[in-house]
Design a protein around this ligand. Structure first.
Ligand SMILES: Cc1cc2nc3c(=O)[nH]c(=O)nc-3n(C[C@H](O)[C@H](O)[C@H](O)COP(=O)(O)OP(=O)(O)OC[C@H]3O[C@@H](n4cnc5c(N)ncnc54)[C@H](O)[C@@H]3O)c2cc1C
Length: 311
């Protein structure tokens, strides 16, 4: 990335360096707009950094993993001109005057802001969840299939991701228990049927995880049956949490119109209720939350900004 821009005023400030943010940066450079990209993480890529499956449905490029696709995206923007701020925490954002303040009081302003902060996996918020992250709490069925070999595992959730991962883990695990808080599953019926037919997978409904326990590594989960109120302990070596995702919109709460699930509301050019502030990618709750949507939304928002600046 060529960090040629040094002034603190930009045409566009882009917040978030996933697919949507990277597409926005590419289009800004193509259309001659001075852009700055702020990424909270140490690396660009967003969800691509925690995608372990093959990507075969992004037109023009397939990849063995999210990271491989990310590398392609980053390679493509490497020679483009924009200011990149990695590991950058935003302390304050003023959407009316389009200003962003980072730690150490670095303040930047722009004509427009593009929010591309994406989503994150929802947590259980129970005791032990942080302590045993990567010490038995696994990230991905695909990536951790060999780790669970011959071991007992629990998958929490009732959607596609939970069912698909239970099936993947059951290929190597001794047994898999799928724990879900209700009796209704949002997973596709073919996944549910397949899980029901897999002898190694046991389903516990109306059950929640209360606590994750162990010494150095995860050793058990404490479960509670919501019907009977009874608690029980299940010894396991691996736990995978797939209870959905939530948008990274804390920074914008009370400042922008959000929907009931806290995603940012946008119009057909991805502009929010504040003129000059756009939201693209998963944070704007696209009908199809995919790489193609994220990339297309970024392009549309930048083109709208360009047209406004040049008219
Ligand atoms: C397991 C998995 C498999 C998938 N498989 C496919 C597939 O096969 N095909 C497909 O098309 N799509 C797939 N997707 C979906 C696709 O990856 C997403 O739709 C896409 O990556 C969304 O990109 P985004 O830029 O909107 O958000 P994200 O990728 O979530 O990026 C948001 C970025 O913003 C940063 N950020 C957040 N808050 C702040 C802040 N306050 N300040 C600065 N930066 C911030 C984050 O650190 C992150 O880097 C998959 C997703 C997952 C999780």
């Amino acid at each position: 990335m060529k960090n040629l821009q040094t002034a603190n005023e930009f045409d566009v400030i882009i917040v978030g360096g996933g697919a949507a943010g990277l597409s926005s940066v590419l289009w800004c450079d193509d259309l001659g707009l001075n852009a700055m990209l702020i990424e909270a993480g140490e690396e660009l890529g967003g969800q691509l950094l925690w995608t372990y499956n093959q990507i075969e449905n992004h037109l023009g490029a397939t990849a063995k993993s999210g990271r491989e696709m990310r590398d392609r995206f980053v390679k493509q923007i490497q020679k483009r001109k924009f200011l990149l701020k990695l590991s950058s925490e935003i302390c304050e954002v003023n959407l009316k005057i389009k200003s962003v303040t980072l730690k150490h009081n670095e303040k930047f302003t722009a004509k427009s802001i593009i929010i591309a902060t994406g989503i994150r996996r929802r947590k259980l918020n129970v005791e032990g969840e942080e302590k045993f992250r990567n010490k038995g709490i696994i990230e991905s069925g695909k990536r951790d299939q060999s780790f669970v070999k011959g071991k007992m595992a629990v998958v929490v959730g009732g959607g596609d991701a939970a069912f698909e991962n239970a099936l993947i883990l059951s290929e190597t695990a001794k047994s898999v228990t799928l724990v879900h808080r209700s009796t209704n599953f949002s997973a596709r019926s073919e996944f549910v049927e397949k899980v029901r037919q897999t002898a190694k997978i046991n389903i516990l409904t109306e059950t929640v995880v209360q606590k994750i326990t162990g010494s150095k590594r995860l050793e058990a989960v404490e479960l509670k049956n919501l019907q009977t109120d009874e608690s029980s302990k299940l010894p396991i070596a691996a736990l995978l949490i797939r209870i959905g995702v939530e948008p990274n919109t804390e920074l914008f709460r009370g400042k922008l119109d959000l929907d009931n699930a806290a995603y940012i509301k946008v119009d057909s050019i991805y502009e929010t209720n504040i003129k000059g502030v756009f939201a693209v990618g998963d944070v704007a709750n696209p009908f199809a939350p995919t790489l193609s949507s994220a990339v297309g939304m970024g392009a549309t928002a930048v083109k709208a900004i360009f047209n406004r600046i040049s008219s």
